[in-house]
Design a protein around this ligand. Sequence first.
Ligand code: NCD
Length: 353
Amino acid sequence: MNDAALDVRPSAQFRHLYQPPKIAGDFAGKHIITVEQFDKADLDAVIQSAGTLRERVLRRDGEVVRLCEGRIMASLFYEASTRTDMSFQAAMRRLGGSVVFGSNGVQFSSVYKGENLADTVRAAGCYADLIALRHPAEGSSFQAAYYLDKLNERIEKPCVVVSGGDGIGEHPTQGLLDLFTIVDQKGSVDGLAITLVGDLLYGRTVHSLAKLLAMFEATGVKLCFVSPPSLKMPDTVLDFVQKHGINVHETSDLHEVLGQSDVVYWTRVQEERFARQADYEAVRDMFVMTPAVLNQCKRDVILMHPLPRKYEMGTYNDHDILDQNPRSVYFQQMENGMYVRMALLAKVMGADV
Ligand code: NCD
């Protein structure tokens, strides 16, 4: 893929140019590109619908396939993905819709010939009802929404975009599935001490999750950010969280906070975002979750991870031991991704769920 296709520079300006619509109780026909579009009631609605859809899938309710029957999703992934791409596609298919383009489609499309993001998005917009987009440039989903709005004025059939990861910006659907998992496991976020660990600078999942948790300020949620000094949470996220009156503790000393945390959210150091390999290697092993580290946590802690995991969860042997521990909920988190994406897709497509 060449630079024009990745369109790295132009995307950033769309974060300022394009104001995403607030959900405000009505999801139908809205782009989903940042968690800032949601208010607390919208979050409760997503959590509620995802729970209901999970129940309906588990009891094989045949009516689920009517919710997006005849709808088409274009899966436009310019970056590697396993869970997000697969769960978006599985969600659309479980709702009775279908998928065009699919995994790796981008590599074999006109993107390969140098077509830019705006044009590829507009092509997908002409054929699909919804685009699931992942792209390495921050602001790319804003750019997609901007061009889709203009396209929608010109064509008969509208199309919306749902972000599946916007460079180092946000990963809103992951944030929502993380929030769903916390509520599902803990009953609510009330009064929880939630600790986010690892690469908080480049990790987009923690940007979305921190902002979402900040919206629960009235419940007394406490946030702790643990990272190497060079990978601290960006100021934009800190400002958002602090504006909501949340009590945030930032540190590089994990042991100071581990024993008091109700939720420990572990993350991978985002190797692909570093300009210099040596900088990555210097921080790669700073926070490694092992069975011994998990033993320092509360008995009823939940250990989360958006996955994939690499060096930050020790050896394969460590993985096996951690995976068997009932406090590890990352596999449930992964499954929940599909129910939460089903809820979002159905709602955005105007279904009553
Ligand atoms: C994350 C991502 O792509 O941001 N993965 C995911 O979507 N589950 C996290 C990561 O890659 O580390």
